[in-house]
Design a binder for this molecule. Structure first.
Ligand SMILES: Cc1cc2nc3c(=O)[nH]c(=O)nc-3n(C[C@H](O)[C@H](O)[C@H](O)COP(=O)(O)O)c2cc1C
Length: 373
């Protein structure tokens, strides 16, 4: 199972774990896979602290960092003199406030509301190109970071060249074969072909259809993402030309994941069809857990979604209220269709063990099938 990308990055098996949780990143990496920390939810200072912690706990192994570099975003939000909060129309603020008030979800106490708002404003520019590049500069100072990955668009060619000069590989998520040329032009080393089943920002083409198209068009290293939670699916992805897999949703249910018990319970209750594509989180299409909050934005008369990072700020302010009240019926967070296969808390070690075990069984079965003919 050790493919070329494992040799280049120094991992044992090509199972990549995307996670916002540092413990997941460390545990996957220590179990032989390759952990990639989602940096978008951290300010540059927080990211520095998180990476220092990972460096201390990961031993001699390497890991990656992921950022969002959107092609379309609110350009005013990049200006230092502009407060992102002031760019959000009153109509949108009122819509969210009324929705939560009518649901009986209490407002945050004033001190906490101020703290949450300061925190959210501090990180609100992370999902603009300038903000993402600041995070990448932090990542570049950590020698164990051997891979950086960008989602939502090709990273700028100068950025790719800068990381190559430091011996860091550059990857990018790709949901459409038409985008491969841009990534190739930018000099990206590895593509993550992410199908529509995936949690988080996702397109419309399923992994089964997308993956072989991207393998053919890119000609280099491709990982499969979206809908992968079993070893047999890893075998299928490798059969279609992937050099490995990239999973996100699967780790949410592990004890290393920082989700609270109320969040995990909501995920474990959900079926595959409860992971729907909606725009209420960032203004772009995100596959997320369906709730009364996500569905309210789909009703006639709901305001039109804002662009990143404005919609993100609205969503996270609402989430702070929903989480404090532990209102699972209004809880919507990114999750892929594989949530339908997750029913209880596991551990990263257990997940890795099961993936590898089933992969080996599948390969054995396929070899037997082929030789029986
Ligand atoms: C909770 C969550 C948050 C995500 N946030 C990001 C992100 O910030 N950047 C990114 O590149 N991908 C993000 N993704 C997508 C993952 O990188 C990955 O492609 C996807 O989860 C794979 O499909 P799966 O969910 O079926 O495993 C996120 C996924 C989840 C579940």
């Amino acid at each position: 199972m050790k493919t070329d990308i494992c040799r280049r990055l120094g991992c044992e098996v090509p199972i990549f774990a995307f996670s916002h949780c540092r413990d997941v990143v460390v545990e996957v990496t220590k179990a032989g896979g390759f952990g990639v920390l989602g940096a978008v939810s951290h300010s540059p200072e927080q990211l520095e602290r998180e990476l220092r912690w990972i460096d201390e706990h990961v031993g001699d192994l390497s890991y990656g960092v992921d950022v969002l570099i959107p092609g379309k975003y609110d350009k005013d939000a990049e200006k230092d003199e502009v407060s992102v909060e002031n760019l959000i129309p009153q109509e949108h603020k009122q819509f969210v406030a009324e929705l939560l008030d009518q649901a009986g979800i209490p407002q945050l106490p004033p001190d906490e509301a101020r703290r949450v708002q300061d925190y959210l404003l501090e990180k609100s520019r992370n999902s603009t190109p300038t903000g993402a590049l600041k995070l990448l500069e932090v990542a570049a100072q950590h020698p164990k970071v051997k891979l950086i990955v960008s989602a939502l668009g090709a990273p700028p060619a100068e950025t790719v060249a800068r990381f190559h000069a430091r011996g860091i590989l550059v990857g990018a998520l790709c949901g459409k074969v038409e985008h491969v040329a841009n990534h190739r032009e930018a000099g990206v080393d590895m593509l993550v072909a992410q199908g529509s089943e995936a949690g988080g920002h996702s397109g419309t083409i399923s992994t089964m259809v997308l993956l072989p198209q991207i393998v053919d068009a890119f000609g280099g290293t491709v990982l499969a993402a979206g809908g992968i939670s079993r070893g047999s699916q890893i075998a299928a992805a490798m059969a279609m030309g992937a050099q490995g897999v990239w999973c996100g949703t699967l780790w949410l249910g592990t004890r290393e994941s920082e989700l609270s018990p109320y969040e995990k319970a909501a995920l474990f209750k959900a079926k595959a069809e409860d992971a729907v594509q909606r725009r209420c989180m960032t203004g772009k299409t995100v596959r997320m857990l369906k709730s009364k909050f996500s569905e309210a934005w789909e009703q006639p008369g709901a305001p039109k979604h804002l662009m990143p990072p404005l919609q993100n700020l609205l969503y996270h302010e609402a989430r702070a209220r929903i989480d404090r009240a532990q209102r699972a019926d209004y809880y919507s967070s990114p999750a892929g269709q594989v949530i339908g296969t997750m029913s209880e808390e596991t551990s990263v070690r257990q997940v890795m063990h099961e993936l590898l075990h089933e992969y080996a069984d599948t390969m054995e079965r396929l070899v037997k099938m082929a030789s029986a003919g």
